[in-house]
Design a protein around this ligand. Structure first.
Ligand code: CTP
Length: 419
């Protein structure tokens, strides 16, 4: 195969799967294409492509069922949406979609979909750079299908909508335009920019269900540069809540996260850290209603109520001589995400050291004695037992006692003092 074939840039497992899907499609007389973000990323020569979307002209559900048997893969089928996902044993997933045309009854609503051709399927998409396909049937394996000038726009680093109603049909594309602009350093083409601003003026974002809008916003926070993304969104006044958030904290967080070469927290956690930064030092009363619209679990939502406690903890942890037990008592009640937020909110070495020690070691240190041992020493009341155990643990954390025998002896000594 020619080196110019874009598909040769896929990693070998993905390439093999795509090739086989093309062969299976041949046998069923179906046309099959790789589409969307993966093609864009292949054209941009991005190092790693994770998700592959395949469009099939024809009955995708039947085809996906047969592919699952062929690959011995798990499949999840959605006949009502004409989509399917294959989960391969090695962790790879491939999404299959039946080619479709889309019609929006009203702005911001989910579209009506009908079976369509690859041309219609590409036309329904957000931007020209995301509307290039690569055919995978054997006779045309690797042939680029570019009806709308996507490759040219990629070359010229331009983001251009497919048609004038794009942002009104689906206002989450406002966020997507900014994400791609910032991620790739592209510019939003002049007419597209006008349409974007017009959609904001017409208050198009308010027509989208909040969870849909916010999940796109949350995706923005997993990008490498959320600060510029948010600033840009703010500039377009695409969401008035953003005028209230703490952009300075977002900036600081991003600087510290980027400077840290070790990848210490997950994408999910990073997204939460940015949300926390946005709310840091902002009166919760003004933000609460907005925060409730994010797709947060009850536990995640509760983290915002604890932001106020961080200044005090930070103040104490500055002291590099702070006993381990004291750092433990400050950090133990905090959820891990808040601890990471504290870590990246500052770049003070002493604070970070305490946190690193806590996460790597201290938080997992356990006593070799338990409540029954303390009761055997003559302690009856439950609360007293806990007080004794905590004192023994703190002494152990500070390295003053070692081993079960010393723990018992110290527990006895404390009990003596309590009587
Ligand atoms: N798409 C669209 N309108 C949207 C969302 C998605 O037209 N509001 C289309 C685009 O063609 C996009 C494809 O669906 O390329 C897949 O969407 P998604 O996986 O969300 O985005 P990617 O383009 O793959 O971007 P990312 O790299 O951020 O995953």
């Amino acid at each position: 195969m020619s080196k110019n074939n874009l598909l040769s840039r896929l990693d070998s497992e993905m390439f093999e799967a795509v090739w086989q899907i093309g062969r299976q499609a041949d046998q069923k007389n179906l046309r099959a294409y790789v589409v969307g973000g993966v093609v864009r990323d292949l054209l941009l020569r991005k190092q790693k492509v994770f998700d592959v979307d395949v469009v099939i002209e024809g009955d995708v559900i039947d085809f996906a069922r047969e592919l699952a048997v062929f690959f011995k893969a798990e499949s999840v089928l959605h006949p009502e949406f004409r989509t399917a996902t294959l989960f391969f044993k090695d962790g790879m997933t491939i999404d299959l979609v039946g080619a479709r045309s889309e019609k929006y009854d009203r702005p911001g609503a989910l579209p009506h979909v009908a079976p369509g051709t690859i041309g219609e399927d590409l036309f329904r998409r957000d931007f020209t750079i995301n509307s290039v396909a690569i055919q995978i049937n054997r006779a045309k394996f690797g042939a680029v299908v570019d009806f709308f000038g996507g490759t040219e726009d990629l070359k010229n680093k331009v983001i251009r909508v497919m048609h004038a109603k794009s942002f009104v049909d689906d206002p989450t594309r406002i966020i997507r335009a900014i994400r791609f602009e910032q991620r790739f350093g592209f510019s939003i083409e002049e007419e597209t920019l006008k349409l974007l601003k017009q959609a904001v003026r017409q208050d198009a974002p308010s027509t989208v269900s909040r969870p849909r809008y916010f999940s796109q916003f949350q995706l923005m926070l997993t990008e490498a540069n959320p600060f510029n993304n948010i600033t840009r969104l703010q500039e377009f006044k695409a969401y008035d809540f953003l005028t209230r958030v703490n952009l300075e904290k977002v900036h600081v967080l991003q600087r510290h996260l980027t400077a840290d070469k070790k990848l210490r927290c997950t994408n999910e956690q990073r997204m939460m850290l940015y949300l926390l930064a946005m709310a840091d030092k902002v009166p919760l009363s003004g933000l609460s209603a907005h925060l409730d619209k994010f797709q947060l679990t009850k536990e995640e939502r509760a983290l915002f109520n604890k932001l106020d406690t961080l200044d005090h903890i930070e103040g104490q942890l500055k002291n590099s001589k702070l006993p381990t037990s004291h750092a433990y008592s400050l950090l133990k009640p905090l959820e891990e995400t808040l601890i990471w937020y504290l870590y990246y909110r500052t770049n003070k070495i002493s604070i970070r050291r305490h946190i690193e020690d806590h996460l790597a070691e201290t938080r997992d240190i356990r006593l070799l004695i338990n409540g029954d041992d303390v009761k055997m020493l003559g302690c009856k009341a439950g609360t007293k037992v806990n007080t004794v155990l905590q004192s023994v643990l703190y002494r152990k954390l500070d390295g003053e006692i070692n081993g079960r025998k010393q723990e018992l002896a110290f527990a006895e000594e404390i009990l003596g003092g309590l009587k």
